[in-house]
Design a protein around this ligand. Sequence first.
Ligand SMILES: [Zn+2]
Length: 136
Amino acid sequence: MIAYDLQCSRGHVFEGWFDDEAAFLSQQRQGLIACPVCNDVSIARLPSAFAIRSTGGGGTQTADAERIVNQVATFIRSHFEDVGSEFAKEALKIHYGVSAPRNIRGSSTPQEEETLRQEGVAFLKVPVPATPESDA
Ligand SMILES: [Zn+2]
């Protein structure tokens, strides 16, 4: 299915769903598409920023998302120093120049995250798949 933004000759904009572009063109030519507001059959297609395909592709999207998450996790593991549960403490030390500035990763409690926010420390929460800490 494809969704098109349509407009009648009086300027009403509405959305129409069609099997494909050929189906739309055929229905448009035969005057089968009517404006839901004024019943005008003089319909034009608006340039649409998006066309949605609802069939297929669901599985690959999930696979892509998993791959991206794994790539991010790998990047973080190799570029960020693991400070474990000391994350909030270490982030504050770096923030106040006590520790050398560097990329760190680790875990923090909601309370610690709140403290970091109040102190204005920039941090990012990333869902990282659990792995055995073999690189520690
Ligand atoms: Zn209309």
